[in-house]
Ligand binder design. Structure first.
Ligand code: SAM
Ligand code: SF4
Ligand code: SF4
Length: 367
């Protein structure tokens, strides 16, 4: 380099450094990167699970978001692009019940075209109650959906109806799971919330139902999140207790997988016929590895399931703001993040405590 080029080279290098540092994946205050986006596409649901949307609160007059206030698919794609720039590798579509959002396949088709910052295809997952899955599994797969998680808390009709507060047989959900499997959506997981005295009788039947089918069952501790008005920690069956119940009939071997770094601790049936997972969100919180952001159906960014307030992203979702400007706004919020509510709250909790944290409702922000 000659002396005349030097200042220009230095300036170029400076600009380069600035843009690289802006584009590098942000870390929050506890050094956690942003890897997962949970995108809620609708806050309504056709179920009234007693632990999520109890009917006495979510009745006919409940003020759900009017459709005009929901983000459009274009805005969601813009969001996804911005989150991809920041390091997100997996997008989970959720709700409410996401399959109630009309034309969801069109959104999935757009999201399936995205790549991550490192050039890999974006992983696309869906969490659903399964009631509309038999009808939609094929079109979802054709649109580019990779994996699906179905929430199912019981295989006994009476328990299922009581817990989901819906007039529907379990067979409808099982048909949905079977169709999803048949069209090649994989992996398929079944998530079951376990509530003492309500569906603990269903732990073994759920394992029996899916063992050897290629579908992994994961048991989730009943959490005191928004919506769970009747929560008390006496109703929580810990992941450890659930595992002991399973192990009384099915020998399990722990498996070490990247999954274990996140939420579920996974075990394999000793005969190799499938996996069972345990999610200890209450008894052993995993805030230290929590890399999730949630965006509600009306464009609020939540950095924790237990957050009481979101950050309104709509100004950056308007046509006159670019994807990069939106990414900068999200980055600004993420680097301020210090959430670890489950860890902090696990300390003072006593048996019989019925305190439910006044969080945003689960059905708005997505589970
Ligand atoms: N409607 C879809 C479904 O049920 O899969 C997606 C949204 S739902 C809010 C997402 C997940 O949150 C479900 O697996 C549900 O079981 C879980 N969930 C809701 N309330 C919960 C609670 N109080 N404790 C634990 N999990 C809960
Ligand atoms: Fe609906 Fe899912 Fe909540 Fe049940 S858990 S009420 S299916 S949003
Ligand atoms: Fe993540 Fe908040 Fe749950 Fe902790 S409490 S694991 S920070 S969502």
């Amino acid at each position: 380099m000659n002396i005349i080029d030097a200042p220009i080279a230095a300036e170029t290098e400076y600009r380069h450094r600035v843009s690289v540092s802006d584009a590098s994946p942000p870390l929050d205050k506890l050094n956690r990167p942003l890897r997962d986006l949970r995108l809620s596409v609708i806050d309504q649901c056709n179920f009234r699970c007693t632990y999520c949307m109890p009917r006495d609160t979510f009745g006919p007059d409940y003020p759900f978001l009017p459709s005009a206030q929901r983000l459009s698919f274009e805005q969601m794609v813009k969001l996804a692009k911005a989150f991809a720039l920041l390091g997100v590798e997996k997008i989970r579509i959720t709700g409410g019940e996401p399959l109630l959002r009309r034309g969801l396949e069109a959104l999935i088709e757009q999201l399936a075209k995205l790549t991550t910052a490192s050039g890999k295809p974006m992983e696309l997952a869906l969490t659903t109650n399964g009631s509309l899955l038999a009808a939609k599994a094929r079109s979802l797969r054709d649109a580019g959906l990779n994996r699906v998680t179905v929430s199912l808390d019981a295989v006994d009709d009476a328990v299922f109806r009581r817990m989901s507060d819906v007039d529907m047989p379990v067979s409808r959900i099982l048909d949905g799971i079977e169709t999803a499997r048949a069209v090649g959506l994989a992996p398929i997981k079944v998530n079951a919330v376990v509530e003492r005295g309500v569906n603990d009788s269903q732990i073994l039947p759920l394992v029996r139902q899916f063992k050897g089918s290629g579908v992994a069952v994961r048991f989730i501790e009943y959490m005191d999140v928004g919506g769970a008005g009747g929560w008390s920690n006496t109703k929580v069956i810990t992941a450890r207790e659930t595992r002991q119940i399973v192990e009384a009939e099915f020998p399990l071997i722990p498996i070490v997988s990247p999954e274990q770094m996140g939420t579920a601790v996974t075990y394999r049936h000793a005969d190799g016929k499938g996996d069972v997972g345990f999610i200890a969100s209450v008894s052993q919180p995993f805030c230290g590895t929590c890399t999730r952001a949630r965006v509600s159906a009306d464009g609020q960014l939540y950095t924790c399931l237990f957050a009481t307030q979101g950050t309104d992203l709509r100004p950056w979702l308007a046509d006159n703001a670019s994807v990069e400007q939106l990414a900068t706004a999200v980055r600004g919020r993420w680097i301020q993040r210090d959430d670890r509510y489950s860890e902090l709250r696990s300390a003072p909790r006593r048996p019989g405590s019925a305190k439910v944290y006044p969080t945003v409702r689960m059905s708005l922000v997505g589970g």
